[in-house]
Structure formats: C-alpha cells, structure tokens
Design a binder for this molecule. Sequence first.
Ligand SMILES: [Fe+2]
Length: 321
Amino acid sequence: MSAVTTAIRVPRELAVKITSLGYLGFRSPLHKEWESFGPEVFGLGLAEPGSDGTVYLRMDDRHHRVAVHPGDQDELAYLGWELTGKAAFVEACAELEGHGVDFRLGSPQECQERKVAAFAQFVDPADFTHEIFYGQVFTAGSFQTAKPSAGFVADHHGVGHCVVVVPEFTDELEHFATEVLGFQLFAGYLAPTPDGKLAGPQFYRCNPRTHCFAYIAIPGMRGMQHWCLEANSLDDVGKAYDIVQSREDIPITMSLGRHMMDSLVSFYLRTPTGFDMEFGAGGDALSDDYVQLSPSSPEVWGHKFVTQGWAPTVRPVAPPT
Ligand SMILES: [Fe+2]
C-alpha cells in the first residue's frame, strides 16, 4: 500500500448513498455482560436474546442497534450502514461492483438475525467488515430506556460513531471511505511518521452528525477503539459518570471533557468486552452550509487520560515478512 497523497480529489459520483451508521456488531466470550452493563450504565434497552445467546441492545424503536455475539475473542464483528430502501440497495450493490469491491449477500437466516430486509457484506482495505442494509424491523412507540433518562440520539441519525485503528493511513483507505462509501471528510489530523507513513485520525461523516466513522492510524496497531453513544441529556451522561466512578470493575479511560471539534461533552470508559465507549451529549449537528474549521486544540476542557494505553481490542499487527 502506498501512503496517501496530498492532492485534493473530487469524490466519484458512483459512491454508495449511506444515510447513517445503522447498527454495530461485536463478538466476545463475555457477551452476556452486556445484559447488565448496557442497561445499568447507559439505560440501553434489551431485545429478546438470539438463539445463540447474542445480546441485542436497543436505543430507539428499532429492533436493536447493537448486537454482541458470542465469540472466542473481543472484536468488532461488523459495521452496518443504512440505505434508504430497496432501490438504493440494488444501486449500491452495482456501485460496489463498479468499484471492484467483492461482496456477498446476507442469507435469509442472517437477515433474520440482523432483522433487516437485505444486507451485503464486504471488507475494507484494513480488513474491517462492513455491511450495507435496508428495511430494519421497528416497532412504533416500543422503546423505553432501562432506567429513567431522556434517551439517545438515534433514529435517522443512527447509532453514533465508531473509531477503528489501522497501522497506517493509505490511499486505499481514503478511496474506500470517500469514493466507495461516499463519506465526506469532516476532519483529519494526519502527520508523517519517521518512516514516511501517515499517522493520526481521519473523521468521516454521512449525515448531520459530525462524524459516523474514523480511522486512527497508529503504527503497528489495528482493531476496534471506541463506539460513541450520544444521550439526549447531559444529566444522563453525568449520572453515568457517577455510576462508573463508583464501580471498580469499569475503568474510566478518559475523564469528562468537551471536544473542540464537535462540541460533544463526554467521557470514555472500557467495556467488559474490551473496546472503549465514549458516552456524551450536546454534539453538533451540521447543516449543508457547514464550513470546515481547524480547532486549535483537541479539547475545550477536560478529557484527560486516566487509563493509559489503547483498548485491548486494538492489537499489534504482525510485522511484514
Ligand atoms: Fe469519539
């Protein structure tokens, strides 16, 4: 792979038309932990578990937004990108073909497990699994938070954002994010490493959320870093912060603070299944006349590292032979 060029490129018209990060899937030997962790800390709802014990977490009237499947190790299983409907899905599959992206259609059983009408699965150049889908099951008026709270930013804004670590940022990753998936670059802070590669974060957006996905390039590392869940009320974030501080089994990885880039007030914690979560409120929603600015600092205040090191789901990659 080559390092990313600095030339400005115009995204191709033939990109998949994604509306949101619609669902997330994880695998873990400790998947059952989420049956208490999700409701107790955040107020996430639960759907009936899968026949294999998969834990389904709810944020709104959708059947679920996050699935935690049983597995041998803690890892991200897939990111589910939502399309407007069948016509968009058929078009998107043709667009994937046009880009030379190998994909497979989900089987009827898999669609039943995802509770979607159809999905197509493929991997990105860093080997993370992505899915495009449409027609997820919902039940109007069915969602209740597991504890008294104002609920979550979800619905047409989707799950939130997901950040994955890659060992270097490359042209292939930029092409995949902007020209295959059609994301807009929200912000990027790449810097050259001593060996001439590019490290740092690249944040992408696909709807009014400032970002729905990010690659962070860290030399020698790869894996799931964090999922951000956004609450409707800052008080619910503060109450969760109190709970986490009172529980020794839930490490805080970054203290409460406000990002300058997206205004979100949040803190970070380590989940029982390895990856980190960011829980926040008050993130900016961008309009079409958004103008990209460059923050002078990552934080307005706070966000101090409490637990050092990356999430255990971010692992060293084998050096090239
Ligand atoms: Fe984040």
